[in-house]
Structure formats: C-alpha cells, structure tokens
Design a protein around this ligand. Structure first.
Ligand code: T46
Length: 135
C-alpha cells in the first residue's frame, strides 16, 4: 500500500453562534465498517506516539482538539500531515508506518478503526516493516 492511498477526508461541519458539530458516517466518510474507537489524550509536551504499522487495520484519525503532526511512510515515500481541524480527518490504509509528534493545545486524537485490538496486527520493528513493505 502507498501513502497515496491515505488521504485527508473533509467531514461535514455545522457551525453557528452556539458552536460547531461535525460527524462521520460509514460509506460517506469512513471507507470501512467501524469495529472499534479509541482516543489519545493527556499527551505530554514532546511525546512521540505511533512508531509502528498495521498489517490489516484501516483507521480514520480525527483531531478532536489541539493539533499534532503525523508522518506516514510506505517504505518508499513519506508524507507529513498537520492535523488541527476537527472537520479534517486522515484515512490511513494498512501497511503504513506512522509517527506522531508535536502534540500541542491539549491535543485529543480520536481514531475510528476497522478491527478490534490485535497486537499480532502490529509491526513495531522498522526494519521488519521495510522488508515486508518492499516485498
Ligand atoms: C495509531 C495511533 C493514532 C489497547 O489495549 N487497545 C487499543 O485499542 C489500543 C489502540 C491500544 N491498546 C494498548 C496497547 C498498548 O499497550 O494501549 C497501549 C498503547 O497502544 P499503542 O502503542 O498502539 O499506542 P499509540 O498511541 O502509539 O498508537 C495508536 C494506534 O495503535 C495506532 O495505530 O495510528 O494510535
């Protein structure tokens, strides 16, 4: 899979003097059935997360609050995404290494995932990832 298969997804936004509302629906904005959600929060300054790839998992990453940077790597090319708008999500396909950094503004990262948690789906060694990705 290539980083080109990962893309920013614009979510609907309804804003008025009372605040804003965004949503994501399977089919329209989420290209998989959602089997799990999880969220990252209370992230200390300077923290780095990710540093792994998934063999099968698909995800939609939504910056609910604050901002952070995600670097995606398919073993050949890399792309950086600055995530800071709650109505701009990032779809990440399988076999993409991700590094997350620069969490600021009490960042909260919501993730919609296509599968239940499975440690066997993780590739946590970068050399192993490169070998598999380039095969
Ligand atoms: C990604 C970024 C955005 C669970 O028990 N269940 C879960 O659903 C998850 C996601 C994690 N865990 C456990 C496994 C680890 O012991 O929580 C611990 C930290 O998980 P992980 O190393 O996956 O955390 P991050 O923040 O580095 O990465 C996660 C996702 O795994 C990853 O796919 O894109 O959030």
């Amino acid at each position: 899979m290539a980083v080109n298969n990962c893309k920013l997804v614009s979510l609907p936004k309804f804003a008025d003097g009372m605040g804003a509302l965004s949503f994501a629906e399977c089919g329209s904005h989420v290209p998989f059935e959602i089997r799990r959600i999880y969220y990252l929060y209370d992230i200390p300054k300077g923290a780095k997360r990710g540093a792994h790839a998934h063999k099968c998992l698909q995800q939609l990453i939504i910056p609910i609050h604050g901002s952070f940077v995600i670097q995606l790597d398919d073993g050949f090319a890399r792309s950086n995404f600055s995530m800071g708008c709650p109505d701009k999500a990032l779809y990440v396909c399988p076999m993409i290494w991700r590094d997350m950094s620069d969490f600021i503004g009490d960042a909260v990262c919501l993730v919609l995932a296509s599968e239940l948690y499975d440690e066997d789906d993780y590739i946590r060694n970068y050399d192993e990832f490169l070998r598999l990705a380039r095969d």
